[in-house]
Write a protein of this length. Structure first.
Length: 93
């Protein structure tokens, strides 16, 4: 199974949006004490734009930054200490 994500592939100082790319990534597996959430909607807002326009991402590893700090999703995988969250539990962040 895989998912799609917009990531910062490279930092372009005068046009940061040019460094964004839509990529396919494998869905991670939850490790003990973790929850994997399938994001179904993610918004971009001014704070996200400021983050990837900053010089702090000029030396970031390609693909390491995904804009969008708020989203809505459904629990996909649960491990160990999160027994109380059933699969398909809706989440809002």
């Amino acid at each position: 199974m895989s998912n799609r994500a917009v990531v910062l592939q490279k930092f372009v100082p005068n046009n940061p949006e040019a460094g964004l790319a839509l990529v396919t990534k494998p869905v991670p597996k939850a490790e003990p004490g973790q929850v994997v959430v399938r994001i179904i909607l993610r918004a971009l807002n001014p704070t996200d734009l400021l983050s990837y326009r900053s010089e702090g991402y000029a030396h970031a590893k390609p693909g390491s930054f995904t804009p969008g700090s708020e989203g809505v999703g459904i629990v996909h995988d649960v491990r160990n200490s999160f027994h109380a969250l059933p699969a398909s539990f809706p989440l809002v962040h």
